[in-house]
Design a protein around this ligand. Structure first.
Ligand code: ADP
Ligand code: 5GP
Length: 202
């Protein structure tokens, strides 16, 4: 059976990267999608590890060349998921996880049947503000932009299969882990039930 494509979204600072880092210590046979972005690298971020960092010109060329499964403008920068890596990992039946924004989720949901989507958030805006401030990776202007976007992102929760509130990291991780573990038990839309039932009877 095919694993679903797992999509994580949620406001910047909600803890998506933190939860992913923890889960990758506990699972194997997964692929975490590395997006391409025109955003500048933050301190400590590496090209090819955190993102593929590129220019607006090259990004626009990749759009023309239809290299992206989806792309969007987020917080004033372009971000996109390359088809090539996703197709490779799906072929290997790896659990494929994408950290993309709400627009990306909507685009993929329109064209892909086998997805599980998870929305991750804090329980309120002020916790998010504190997180982004203490993370110290963004300027005040960037933080304001991210908080502003968070309000409209929250309104998209209804498009998702699961919702995790990451206030207490241990609780959120436990919930995340259970969802990820159960992904391999979802029934793929590609499953030929007749063939399965015929084989099962033998
Ligand atoms: P995202 O990837 O969603 O933008 P991060 O994983 O970078 O968010 O988390 C934002 C900041 O909040 C980081 O400094 C991280 O260490 C911290 N953080 C994440 N989860 C929690 C939590 N449950 N409680 C307190 N701080 C957290
Ligand atoms: P950051 O700049 O904090 O790394 O990411 C900002 C936002 O861009 C996050 O909401 C993240 O989920 C989203 N994002 C990262 N990669 C992609 C991508 O490939 N496509 C889309 N649509 N959003 C992305």
């Amino acid at each position: 059976m095919n694993n679903p494509l797992v999509i994580l979204s949620g406001p910047s600072g909600a803890g998506k990267s933190t939860l992913c880092k923890k889960i990758f210590e506990k699972i194997d046979n997964y692929y975490f999608s590395i997006s391409t972005t025109t955003r500048l690298p933050r301190d400590g971020e590496e090209d090819g590890k955190d993102y593929y960092f590129t220019t607006k010109e090259k990004f626009k060329q990749s759009i023309k060349d239809e290299e992206f499964l989806e792309w969007a403008e987020v917080h004033g920068n372009y971000y996109g998921t390359s088809k090539i890596h996703i197709n490779k990992s799906l072929k290997k039946n790896q659990l494929t996880i994408l950290d993309i924004d709400v627009q990306g989720q909507e685009n993929i949901k329109r064209n892909t049947k086998n997805i599980v989507s998870i929305f991750i958030s804090t329980s309120n805006l002020s916790t998010l503000r504190n997180r982004l401030t203490s993370r110290k990776t963004d300027t005040k202007e960037q933080i304001d932009k991210r908080l502003n976007n968070a309000t409209s992102e929250i309104e998209k929760i209804g498009n998702y299969d699961f919702f995790i509130i990451n206030d207490d990291l241990d609780v959120a991780f436990e919930e995340f882990y259970h969802i990820i573990k159960s992904c391999k038990n979802t029934i793929s839309p590609d499953l030929d039930i007749k063939v399965f039932a015929d084989n099962w009877k033998k």
